[in-house]
Design a protein around this ligand. Structure first.
Ligand code: CAA
Ligand code: NAI
Length: 703
């Protein structure tokens, strides 16, 4: 018998245990091994029923995602999936009750395998889902055909288009799971299987039909769901098409339609981009010279200094992860302000039903307000989130060096300052690291871990581990101005400002970027974040003779700042806002400021095409990204993609700015940089890495 599926008979039930660590993905050989085991159990006179279970921490996390890259053409996919579909039908035809015992996750192909069993029994904390859209594909093993039969079309559409897993209790209510087991799962599943065998029951999902009402309601749900989707990404549309096929065609024909739709999606750029990000996110946590066995500090207690916008959100992230946190402020008034914001945030979650009142109380109790350093000698980490001021940060780090234990991690949430300077002030530079959260820190998932000159490997490894515990996506970056995210953003914004001066209205620039897939364009985003934030950074840089991004500095954002137009919080910024509304209303004043700025710089304003807006902004990002990479501030191109997608909402289905550059073609990107240099000036310098890669005919990513 295969090592991938273990076989034993317990109490006249054949127990088939899939054992393919770490997540029992349906990799090479696993399908075949299950098939062999089901056949053996079917013929085994000592077994009256069969239970399929996963070894380790989960049932099956789905198909092996690595395999998809082997499918070069839709036909490759069609050939392969025919066999898979046939296997599932064969298992469904097993002569004895076949029960899936689900713990951990049954995702994608995992749920599809479970649905081809006659029954599903789940542990209380198990989850089931069809997350394929997150990979730019649709369920490919008849999930779109079996799920609507079990749970109805509306539930199937929701699960296949948003990709979110469903908890066991909800899955039972929906008809996906037959029983939720409170105690030992396998014991419960064996008992369930024996009872079905005794009653002579076997239910084949594929035999469940739709009556006329269910069919009509299902078709209406398909239409409604289609109308609510953006044109791209395409995978959710394909999932609905496949579910519609389930409603209108016999099972076998519906399955063929699903395979065709899957085959089209799996070779698409959208799917390649999303699969790239799946692995990129996990890769980002690895640091070349920090070995896997590097000792880490377990963070059991934390402290945050500063309870402002960021400090409050950071304290919430710790409390949400169950880590007790001291929250320090300068005085009681500031502390109460910070706590009031935290409470308001949690109360909002309670009101929306995302948090129970008990969980709110429990979480809030983990945050201990203070105005002194008492208790700092007991914490494993301190995150500094005081004002962005070098003197203040240096003083704070000197204090932290005194009041904490030598092994305490000292993290700073600075967004622009040189962490090596306050690392020295602490007297313990090896313990100092940047933990750059994004606003709102309790919501945004990106965490840039900034490695200083002397940051120890253990502190880096501990930070990565902690980042995951805080439910963030940690990415290790180097210590340069703006680190990776904000350094790239400066070039993104520079191009947006210059396009505005040249004649593209803010609403056109924003629309182009939103059509591309961003949730909000550059100007709308700045109205949310605050025009004052960037203006103050520019003022500071000007005082030390520096600029954020090479090239002409548009005066327009600074003029808005001088007028007190900081964005949504002041009712006006790049747009105007009616009281209490976030609707962006174009303001002729901004056009007037842009025209004045253009006149001063001797620019003849013109009509700028949508294509040029996208090309200029995407090229600026890719060129600066190549420099960040070559300078070693990002370890790999894919880290930049992860950062920009999680930090600024770059559309995931485009794979991130570097992946997108590869899609456009590096020779085209370079040709654009050269063209812009000729048109606009020498500040458009091709990144040497980009030039070299084009000369050598290389791409950033291999297919
Ligand atoms: N294929 C290949 N590798 C996988 C995988 C899969 N389906 N799922 C997880 N892995 C790998 C990860 O890459 C990671 O590898 P490294 O340790 O080398 O980085 C390892 O398993 C552990 O994964 P996580 O770090 O993500 O572990 P976690 O505990 O945080 O999360 C999980 C576990 C929720 C299962 C998560 O891994 C996940 O969401 N996996 C993907 C699930 C998915 O999308 N399934 C659908 C696949 S497509 C499909 O099934 C099509 C079909 O219809 C047949
Ligand atoms: P903020 O002004 O909202 O809060 C700073 C808080 O620090 C204030 O409440 C202040 O009273 C407190 N403080 C000052 N000195 C203190 C001391 N000695 N002890 C305890 N508390 C003290 O500022 P914000 O926006 O929260 O920024 C904090 C840090 O986070 C800055 O370094 C900033 O650059 C960085 N950051 C800010 C982001 C943002 O979007 N606001 C994003 C990412 C990083």
């Amino acid at each position: 018998m295969s090592e991938l599926v273990h076989y034993e008979v317990r109490d006249r039930v054949a127990v088939l245990t899939i054992d393919n660590p770490p997540v029992n993905a349906l990799g090479p050989g696993v399908w075949e091994a299950i098939d062999e085991a089901v056949a053996r159990a079917s013929a085994d006179g000592a077994a009256d029923a069969i239970v399929l279970v996963g070894a380790g921490s989960t049932f099956i996390a789905g198909a092996d995602i690595n395999v998809f890259k082997l499918l070069k053409t839709p036909q490759d996919s069609m050939d392969r999936s025919a066999g898979t579909h046939a296997l599932l039908v064969r298992w469904e035809d097993a002569p004895k009750p076949l029960v899936a015992a689900i713990h951990g996750n049954a995702l994608g192909g995992g749920l599809e395998v479970a649905m081809s069993c006659h029954y599903r029994v789940a542990a209380k904390d198990a989850k089931v889902g069809q997350p394929e859209v997150n990979l730019g594909i649709i369920p490919g093993a008849a999930g779109t055909q079996r799920l609507p039969r079990l749970a109805g079309a509306a539930t199937a559409i929701a699960m296949c288009t948003d990709g979110k897993p469903v908890a066991a209790a909800k899955a039972k209510a929906a008809g996906i799971v037959d029983e939720v087991v409170d105690g030992d799962l396998l014991t419960g599943a064996i008992a369930f299987a024996k009872a079905r065998a005794a009653a002579g029951e076997r239910r084949q999902t594929r035999e469940i039909g739709f009556d006329a009402d269910a069919k009509a309601a299902g078709l209406a749900a398909c239409e409604k769901a289609r109308a609510s989707l953006r044109p791209e990404p395409r995978a959710p549309h394909a999932a609905i098409d496949a579910i519609q096929a389930a409603l209108t065609l016999p099972f076998d024909q519906g399955s063929v339609r699903e395979r065709e739709l899957f085959a089209e999606r799996v070779v698409s750029t959208e799917s390649k981009a999303l699969r790239h990000l799946f692995f990129a996110e996990r890769e980002a946590a690895r640091v070349a010279d920090v070995k896997k066995d590097t000792p880490t500090v377990e963070i059991k207690r934390a402290a945050v200094v500063g309870a402002g916008t960021m400090g409050g959100g950071i304290a919430m992230s710790y409390a949400n992860a169950g880590i007790p946190v001291l929250l320090k402020e300068v005085d009681d008034a500031a502390l109460q302000r910070g706590l009031a914001t935290i409470r308001k945030n949690y109360e909002g979650s309670v009101a929306k039903g995302r948090l129970t009142p008990e969980a709110y109380e429990r979480t809030m109790a983990l945050i201990t307000p203070t105005t002194s350093y008492d208790g700092f000698d007991a914490v494993d980490i301190v995150v500094e989130a005081v004002f962005e001021n070098m003197d203040l940060k240096q003083r704070t780090f000197a204090d932290l060096g005194r009041v904490t234990r030598p092994d305490c991690v000292l993290a700073s949430n600075t967004s622009t300052l040189d962490i090596d300077v306050f690392a020295q002030a602490s007297g313990r530079p090896a313990q100092v690291v940047g933990h750059h959260f994004f606003s709102p820190a309790n919501v945004m998932k990106l965490l840039e871990i900034v490695r200083g000159k002397e940051t120890s490997a253990s502190v880096v490894a501990s930070s990565v581990k902690l980042g995951k515990k805080l439910a963030k996506v940690p990415v290790v970056v180097g210590n340069c101005f703006g680190f990776v995210a904000n350094r790239m953003l400066a070039y993104y914004m520079r191009e947006a400002y210059l396009l505005l001066e040249e004649g593209a209205p803010v609403e056109q620039v924003d629309r182009v970027l939103m059509d591309f897939g961003l949730p909000v364009g550059p100007f709308g985003m700045q109205d949310i974040a605050g025009i004052d934030v960037g203006a103050r950074i520019r003022q500071y840089l000007a005082s030390v003779g520096q600029t954020r991004a090479e090239g002409p500095q548009s005066e327009v954002p600074d003029r808005l700042f001088e007028m007190g137009r900081y964005g949504q919080k002041t009712g006006a910024g790049w747009y105007r806002y009616e009281p209490g509304s976030r609707e962006r209303i174009p303001d002729p004043l901004v056009e007037q400021l842009a025209a004045e700025a253009a006149a001063k710089r001797g620019i003849a304003r013109r009509k700028v095409g949508d294509d040029e807006i996208l090309a200029r902004i995407a090229t600026a990002l890719a060129n600066e990204g190549a420099r960040v990479l070559e300078d070693g501030f990002a370890q790999r191109a894919s880290d930049i993609d992860v950062i920009y997608c999680y930090g600024f909402g770059f559309p995931r289905h485009r794979g991130g700015p570097m992946f997108y550059a590869d899609t456009v073609g590096l020779p085209t990107v370079l040709a654009r940089v050269r063209e812009y240099r000729a048109r606009f000036g020498d500040y458009w310098k091709p990144a040497p890495l980009l030039e070299r890669m084009v000369a050598e005919g290389r791409r950033l990513y291999q297919d």
